[in-house]
Design a protein around this ligand. Structure first.
Ligand code: C5P
Length: 218
């Protein structure tokens, strides 16, 4: 019997991370935030002075990434970088390194290793298409660009980080375009994915929507 997986894919700042974490907690399953891996590769690359289009160097970094996850914190070389990887610089950097096929290939097994009993909730862009095409349940979670920019703005303000609504919206639309247009593992709604548009939903409603669709005999 294979370990069940819920794949939640969707654009930037759609609330995938929050919804995935809540669903995983409700089910008692593991959770994978795959975007954080691309963010860590971007951060490690910038720190090492590697250009964010240097595919070979970034793939080497990704293959030997000294990153770990503990209690919801992300560590790089043992140092907590949880806040830093959420910065706009790392968001933009992540979407740049994510277009490189060798980087994606280097992170493949690392993501698949998260599939462990009793189950996994994984979120990203290509979870249902590439990482776990046999997922038990596939959700395409989205929201209008404006409401996503607004949520990101609120998050940054709450963390006391600088934010500008117009540039957030523009960055978001550029990242959406980059994620959707790339030849390898582009973001798209799969025919077998359920659409969850959270533009006018709160987190609780989105979480319930997913939980209601988890097959009973999984
Ligand atoms: O989900 P999050 O915004 O943290 O992801 C950061 C970036 O990493 C995205 O803009 C996307 O380009 C990339 N990504 C990806 N495939 C995934 C998860 C994230 O290409 N499965």
């Amino acid at each position: 019997r294979t370990v069940p997986v819920i794949a939640i894919d969707g654009p930037s700042a759609s609330g995938k991370g929050t919804v995935a974490a809540r669903v995983a907690a409700a089910l008692g399953w593991h959770c994978l935030d795959s975007g954080s891996l691309y963010r860590i590769v971007a951060l490690a690359g910038m720190r090492a002075g590697v250009a964010l289009d240097d595919e070979a160097a970034l793939a080497a970094l990704a293959a030997a990434l000294p990153a770990s996850f503990a209690d919801g914190r992300v560590l790089l070389d043992g140092v907590d970088v949880s806040a830093e990887i959420r910065s706009e610089a790392c968001s933009v950097g992540a979407s740049k390194v994510a277009v490189l096929p060798a980087v994606r290939a280097a992170l493949l097994d690392r993501q698949r290793d998260y599939r462990a009993a009793p189950g996994l909730v994984a979120e990203g862009r290509d979870i249902g298409s590439v990482i776990f095409p046999d997922a038990t349940l596939k959700i395409f979670l989205t929201a209008s660009a404006e409401s996503r920019a607004q949520r990101r703005y609120k998050q940054l303000m709450e963390k006391g980080m600088a934010a500008n609504m117009e540039s957030l919206l523009q960055d978001l639309q550029e990242r959406d375009a980059r994620d959707a247009a790339r030849p390898v593992a582009p973001l798209k709604q799969l025919p077998d994915a359920v659409l969850l548009d959270t533009t006018t939903m709160d987190v609780e409603q989105a979480v319930s929507f997913v939980l209601e669709r988890v097959p009973a005999d999984r």
